[in-house]
Design a protein around this ligand. Sequence first.
Ligand code: C2E
Ligand code: MG
Ligand code: MG
Ligand code: MG
Length: 285
Amino acid sequence: RAKSAGGNRFELADPEADARAITRHGLTTALPAALDRGEFFIEYQPLVHLGDGSVRGAEALVRWLHPQHGVLGPDQFIPLAEHTGLIVPLGRWVLEQSVRQARAWQERHSDAGPLRINVNLSPCQLTHPGLVQDTVDILEREGLDADALCLEVTESALIGADDDLLKPLRRLAEMGVDIALDDFGTGYSNLANLRRLPVSILKLDRSFTQSMQQFPADPVDLKIVEGIVSLAHSLDLAVTVEGVETGAQAEQLRILGCDTAQGWYYARPGPPERLHELALVDATG
Ligand code: C2E
Ligand code: MG
Ligand code: MG
Ligand code: MG
């Protein structure tokens, strides 16, 4: 895309956008080989019980150690993987690694209570016919109970979802896998719609946590979160909060009745050994 800048000189219309497009293209074509070469790795972020501060599990967050660009976050490559379909094998790899890791934690820390693992699912994985069988196979092969697994699906992926889309999630839920509604509150889903979905956990989006920065927080924000929590609990859903960065936020959200929290205040996403340490400290102290 070039536009005439008078005479016969040409200028790029938007050099930065073009550079981004070139990078995107390069990353997209490099994705399949990256999976074969083992350039992806997973960081784990602890999920902490707000009532007693104990580590209850972790969320698996994928990263790409790119040979030229260094560590890339999921926002930089998941959309590309979704676009090309690589998300299906990549997602299966993430699930397998995470389930294996959860099993290893459980073996080493049987005294720390059963640590659970949360894995993100993209909408493309939801519509892929192999999802249920792949999950069953992985759990069986790695020897992890279905109850120890939670699959996170964004609210926006389930807005307006028809029965065909919900069927695999229902089957997984029947097996004992928890389904969490991720980034809850960012979409515009009808709250009554929640009854229809096979979810057992609401993950309240970080934007709500951010509005708890001051103590006491804005009274309207407090009312909104209070309302969501009480509705969730009345539907038997547990509430997890994302993006907790300060003790004041944690305290406010605990008072509001949220069950579990996740965020930099507790720990940044990190290598699996970190969770060992955190869970161990927790179990002994
Ligand atoms: P998410 O599932 O909502 O994950 C939470 C994001 O918030 C993570 O970003 C995490 O690093 C970040 N975070 C955690 N605590 C804090 C905090 O206290 N403050 C702030 N500002 N941020 C915090 P990350 O790792 O960049 O992941 C972004 C998104 O990429 C995830 O959002 C998830 O939707 C997606 N994603 C990550 N791994 C996978 C995967 O394996 N498969 C799929 N399909 N999506 C993934
Ligand atoms: Mg998530
Ligand atoms: Mg989230
Ligand atoms: Mg989020």
